[in-house]
Design a protein around this ligand. Structure first.
Ligand code: SF4
Length: 352
C-alpha cells in the first residue's frame, strides 16, 4: 500500500496495533476502531485508523504522528463477530457505515469484510466513505460482487493540482479517481460524491462537481467545513455557520435543479434503542492496560468488555489501573487515572 509521499523523515513513525480475537481488546469504547452506536439503525464500523493521504483539512489529523503515534487494524473476522452480536441487539434493517478516522480501503481484507457483513441477515445497506484513491475497476467489481450498497467519495476539486494540495499528497491522481467514479456510476453500487465546501477556496470547484455529478448521474451531498478539536486547519478557508451554508445549498439546488439536501429519511435511518452505557460519568473502574491510545499520552485500558482511552497514562501493557470515567457519549469512553495499582511483584534475589 502506498502511503502519502510528502517528505516525513523528521516525523515519528506510528506503531500499528493489530486487534484480533487473541488480543482481547473489545471493539466498543475507542473512537479510532471498532463499532459506534449513536442510537439509530446505522452502526459506524471502523476497521482501521490508517490513511494513505494527509489532507490539509483532515478533521481527525490522520498521519500526524506527533498527535497520533499509534494506528490500529482490526482483524475482519473479529470485527464480524462483534457486528453480529450488536446487530442482534439493533434488529432487522441495520445499516453499516464503514467509516474511519483514516480510510477504510487501506484495510487489506476490506472486500472479505464486506462479504461477511452481507451474510449477516439483519444487515441492510453497507456503505463506505473513502477518498477513492485505493479503488480501481477490479476492486469495484469485487465490492459489487460482495454486496456493497453505496460508495461515498470525498472529491473536493476537479483540478489535478488543487486536488493534490487538498489531499496533501503528490500521489493523489484525480485522473484515476475520476475513472473509478465513472466506473462505479455504471455499476450496481450506488455512488455519492461528498465534497466539502471550503468557502474562499473551492467555491467554484463545488459548482463544477455538481455539474459533473449531473453528467454521470450520481448524487452529491455537500458538507460544510468544520473545525474540531484535533482538526488540521486549512489556510484561507473561511468557516461559515450552518444558516449561511444552507442558504448557499438552497441557491445551488435552484440554480442546478438538483437535490443537495439529504436527511435521515432519505437513507432510511430511524431511531433505535442504544446499547446501554457500561459506565456513568465519574464512575470508577479497574482497567487492564492493553495497548497505546490513539492520542499521544493515552493508553487503552479494558474494563467491563469496553475500551477506555486513559489520558496522561504512563502505565505499560498488563498493568491494572484505577480509572475515573470523564466522557461516555455513545459508549466512547475517556478516563483519567484515579490511582495506580501496582500489580507487578518484584522478587529481590540476594546474590552471593
Ligand atoms: S480527510 Fe480522510 S482522506 Fe484525508 S487525511 Fe483525513 S482521513 Fe485521510
Amino acid at each position: 500500500m502506498e502511503l502519502y509521499s510528502i517528505k516525513q523523515e523528521r516525523q515519528i513513525k506510528p506503531s500499528l496495533v493489530k486487534i484480533d480475537r487473541e488480543s482481547n481488546i473489545p471493539l466498543i469504547g475507542c473512537i479510532a476502531f471498532g463499532i459506534i452506536d449513536r442510537g439509530t439503525n446505522l452502526l459506524q464500523v471502523r476497521c482501521t485508523s490508517v490513511c494513505n493521504m494527509k489532507c490539509e483539512f483532515c478533521s481527525t489529523a490522520a498521519n500526524d504522528f506527533n498527535m497520533h503515534p499509534t494506528n490500529y487494524i482490526v482483524d475482519a473476522d473479529y470485527l464480524l463477530d462483534w457486528v453480529k452480536e450488536i446487530v442482534e441487539f439493533k434488529g432487522d434493517n441495520t445499516h453499516i457505515f464503514l467509516d474511519s478516522v483514516g480510510d477504510p480501503l487501506t484495510h487489506p481484507d476490506f472486500v472479505e469484510l464486506v462479504t461477511g457483513l452481507r451474510n449477516i441477515k439483519q444487515v441492510k445497506d453497507i456503505i463506505v466513505i473513502t477518498n477513492g484513491t485505493l479503488l480501481n475497476r477490479k476492486k469495484v467489481d469485487e465490492l459489487e460482487e460482495a454486496g456493497l450498497t453505496r460508495i461515498n467519495i470525498s472529491l473536493h476539486s476537479l483540478d489535478e493540482l488543487k486536488s493534490r494540495k487538498l489531499f496533501g499528497s503528490d500521489s493523489y491522481s484525480l485522473k484515476n479517481v475520476l475513472d473509478v467514479i465513472d466506473y462505479i456510476a455504471k455499476s450496481k453500487i450506488k455512488l455519492m460524491l461528498t465534497p466539502v465546501l471550503f468557502t474562499n477556496v473551492n467555491d467554484e470547484e463545488i459548482e463544477n462537481i455538481i455539474k459533473f455529478s449531473k453528467e454521470i448521474g450520481c448524487s452529491i451531498g455537500i458538507q460544510n467545513y468544520e473545525i474540531y478539536k484535533y482538526s488540521r486547519k486549512m489556510k484561507g478557508a473561511k468557516k461559515i455557520n450552518y444558516w449561511k451554508f444552507y442558504r448557499k445549498i438552497n441557491e445551488l439546488e435552484k440554480r442546478y435543479d438538483i437535490k443537495l439536501r439529504f436527511n435521515d429519511k432519505d437513507f432510511n435511518i430511524e431511531r433505535r434503542e442504544r446499547l446501554p452505557l457500561a459506565f456513568g460519568i465519574n464512575e470508577k473502574a479497574y482497567a487492564e492496560i492493553k495497548c497505546n491510545g490513539w492520542i499521544r499520552g493515552q493508553m487503552i485500558g479494558v474494563a467491563k468488555n469496553r475500551c477506555i482511552s486513559i489520558n496522561n497514562c504512563k502505565n505499560v501493557i498488563n498493568d491494572k489501573v484505577r480509572v475515573k470515567i470523564v466522557e461516555n457519549k455513545s459508549n466512547i469512553y475517556i478516563g483519567e487515572l484515579y490511582c495506580v495499582i501496582i500489580t507487578k511483584i518484584y522478587i529481590l534475589q540476594s546474590v552471593g
